[in-house]
Design a protein around this ligand. Structure first.
Ligand SMILES: Cc1cc2nc3c(=O)[nH]c(=O)nc-3n(C[C@H](O)[C@H](O)[C@H](O)COP(=O)(O)OP(=O)(O)OC[C@H]3O[C@@H](n4cnc5c(N)ncnc54)[C@H](O)[C@@H]3O)c2cc1C
Length: 348
């Protein structure tokens, strides 16, 4: 098996929040791919520049030509800065570099208006902007600046976590308790960084002193050029994760599966595809399809974490069961990360 990635290290999505708020350093959250040591797996650090789906072949920037019996596309979602005028000159926390830059800027924000603003859906980890607002509240409170600051959260959904009314209600209650101004059904359509003003999609203008942006997403260019994408992402059978090209699968944020863009769903889909490929190679029994289930941990601040267990495909509509925030769930989230570091990279 050949695993090709342009990056040299893995970073959990939620670690960007830890980096931004100075809880952990970049070095602490980076897990180098050189740590992968599994029989039969070769890691290649190269950038895929062309995908030929029918041939199940990819070309890389190093002149590599890789061809397989199966091709699993897992290139994630990129950020489309050009889709939001002015965003390239503003600040965002969805990339590692963006979170690291905000970490440097946050200490000088001691008064004024902070905005967590989402530029378009779908976006990774729908609860993350809410978490950023709640964690910013804690950050400012701990430093004695909260009373001098306003926090506004702008998201394109009607509620913070649409599949789970209970989770959304708890978050909205948490915003109200902390004086966080919640603006649903709106997205940031443009940013005038030189004037420090965000323009929402209804034309209203919100001045800010600190902007925590969530860029609009899209599949990487090489995927868009492969002919596999429709409406920006790769459509797949939501049970098998198969594309319409035999032997070619797409998993995670790059695919349209019918589940949110989150690591737990990417992991669940990866397991199904791995089992399907093994079953085909060994002419094994039919594989149980992808269930669209996953648990997301949600930072509520003050060291407490909630959990929502979502199920997208079992019933007529998605459901989400909420577990109230607690310190026990904070421990569970730590274990969640540790288990994956051990399973994927053999690290303690
Ligand atoms: C702030 C934040 C908080 C989050 N919190 C959570 C959370 O609590 N729980 C959760 O489940 N999810 C969370 N997520 C979402 C999660 O990080 C993503 O959904 C998940 O990483 C998607 O996995 P993926 O494998 O599809 O894509 P990625 O993890 O993005 O991996 C794609 C890989 O493809 C590589 N790549 C891209 N293009 C090329 C190319 N041309 N050639 C070679 N390699 C390439 C990239 O280098 C990358 O390593 C969060 C995200 C953010 C931003």
């Amino acid at each position: 098996m050949t695993l090709i990635d342009a990056a040299d290290a893995f970073v959990f999505g939620y670690s960007k929040l830890d980096v931004m708020f100075g809880r952990r350093t970049l070095e602490e959250v980076r897990v180098p791919y050189s740590a992968i040591d599994k029989p039969g797996v070769r890691f290649v650090r190269e950038t895929v520049v062309e995908i030929d789906p029918p041939a199940k072949r990819v070309l890389t920037d190093e002149g590599g030509v890789y061809e397989g019996d199966f091709l699993v596309i897992a290139l994630g979602a990129d950020y489309d800065f050009d889709a939001t005028p002015g965003l390239a000159d503003a600040t965002e926390f969805y990339s590692v570099a963006g979170a690291a830059r905000l970490r440097e800027l946050l200490p000088s924000f001691t008064s004024g208006r902070a905005m967590v603003g989402v530029c378009g859906a779908p976006f990774k980890c729908p609860p993350a902007p809410s978490e950023a607002a709640l964690m910013l509240h804690d950050y400012l409170t701990e430093r004695g600046h909260r009373d001098a600051c306003e926090i506004t959260l702008v998201i394109p959904f009607g509620t913070p976590v649409p599949p789970s009314p209970d989770t959304s209600e708890a978050l909205i209650e948490a915003f109200a308790e902390r004086g966080i101004h919640f603006v649903p059904h709106r997205r940031v359509a443009a940013v005038h960084a030189s004037k420090s003003v965000a323009v929402l999609d209804d034309g209203s203008e919100l001045p800010y002193d600190l902007f925590l942006g969530v860029p609009k997403h899209r599949a990487p260019g090489v995927v868009l050029e492969s002919g596999l994408a429709i409406d920006g992402y790769v459509p797949v059978d939501s049970s098998t994760l198969a594309t319409n090209v035999p032997g070619v699968y797409a998993i995670g944020d790059v695919a349209t599966v019918g589940v949110p863009k989150a690591g737990v769903f990417a992991e669940g889909a990866a397991k199904v595809v791995a089992t399907e490929i093994l079953a085909e190679l060994r002419a094994g029994p039919e594989v149980e399809g992808y269930g669209g289930r996953g648990s997301c941990y949600i930072e509520f601040g003050a060291g407490r974490i909630g959990r929502v267990d979502v199920d997208f495909f079992s019933g007529p509509k998605p459901t989400g069961t909420f577990q109230t925030p607690s310190v026990e769930l904070a421990t569970e989230k730590r274990d969640f990360g540790a288990i994956r570091r051990a399973r994927w990279f053999g690290l303690s």
